[in-house]
Design a binder for this molecule. Structure first.
Ligand SMILES: Cc1cc2nc3c(=O)[nH]c(=O)nc-3n(C[C@H](O)[C@H](O)[C@H](O)COP(=O)(O)OP(=O)(O)OC[C@H]3O[C@@H](n4cnc5c(N)ncnc54)[C@H](O)[C@@H]3O)c2cc1C
Length: 212
């Protein structure tokens, strides 16, 4: 049974307080000068130069810059090659998995006062937030063994129902409209932050969701 919930009021000055990652990427992309962004490039290695950093890509091309930000994910090759030392250790399992997906806001009676609500139970939690254009994103976390899946209960929606059906409304109503929606399940991992002194010109630490 969910006993605690967290509410984020919708900012009155904004039409909405959240936006999807794809939309944010598009806004950032459009704010940059043309031809700055190159897609489809695979980072291979970097080296420090006198005045910055030179990056080498898999296709043989290179580029230079003042700093290098390694935003290449949990298995970051930038991080792995920091200072030439192998740092690609196995990530640390957080002890929980996460289901996530989207639903159409018009299909569920939601409290319009809040753009984000999270409910906490024992060893699990469920949240949803406005991502704009009538869509809400939902997520459900549960403490579980690493490497699990939902095959034994007949799929992810059944797994969600088993855990969250007795949560307060609107969680059961949200579960009801997920019948034809894609639900993604992933184990959640984290990494130890690198020593800041070594991060000088280089990589940042990506975060698992509860640390964001
Ligand atoms: C379920 C879940 C929910 C989350 N919710 C939030 C949230 O609400 N708010 C928040 O701030 N954070 C959230 N996080 C954390 C956030 O997703 C991560 O901190 C963030 O995505 C890390 O960004 P990143 O760019 O380092 O890596 P990623 O987002 O993983 O992106 C890595 C990119 O690098 C590319 N790449 C990989 N290797 C190479 C290579 N060799 N060369 C070139 N490109 C490469 C990949 O293709 C990918 O495009 C959440 C995480 C999870 C798992």
């Amino acid at each position: 049974m969910a006993s605690i919930f967290i509410l984020q009021p919708s900012p009155p000055s904004l039409k909405r307080g959240s936006l999807g990652r794809g939309e944010l990427q598009q806004i950032l992309y459009e704010a940059l000068p043309p031809e700055i962004v190159r897609t489809g490039m695979t980072f291979e290695k970097f080296e420090e130069t006198e005045d910055g950093v030179r990056v080498y890509f898999q296709d043989g091309s290179t580029t230079t810059g003042d700093i290098l930000v390694g935003a290449d994910g949990l298995y970051s090759q930038v991080r792995a090659s920091l200072e030439g030392k192998e740092r690609l250790e196995q990530p640390i399992y957080s002890g929980m998995c996460c289901w996530r997906g989207f639903f159409n806001a018009s299909t569920v009676p939601l409290n319009q006062e809040y753009s984000w609500i999270e409910f906490w139970g024992q060893g699990n939690r469920f949240g949803y937030f406005d991502v704009g254009k009538g869509q809400f994103s939902f997520y459900g976390f549960s403490n579980t063994e690493q490497g699990g899946n939902d095959d034994s209960v007949g799929g992810s929606l059944n797994a969600l129902k088993q855990i969250f059906s007795d949560y307060a409304e609107p969680v059961p109503s949200i579960l009801k409209v997920l019948e034809n929606e894609n639900i993604y399940r992933d184990d959640i991992f984290d990494r130890q932050p690198l020593d800041n002194r070594r991060c000088n010109k280089f990589s940042v630490h990506q975060k698992c969701p509860q640390c964001s």
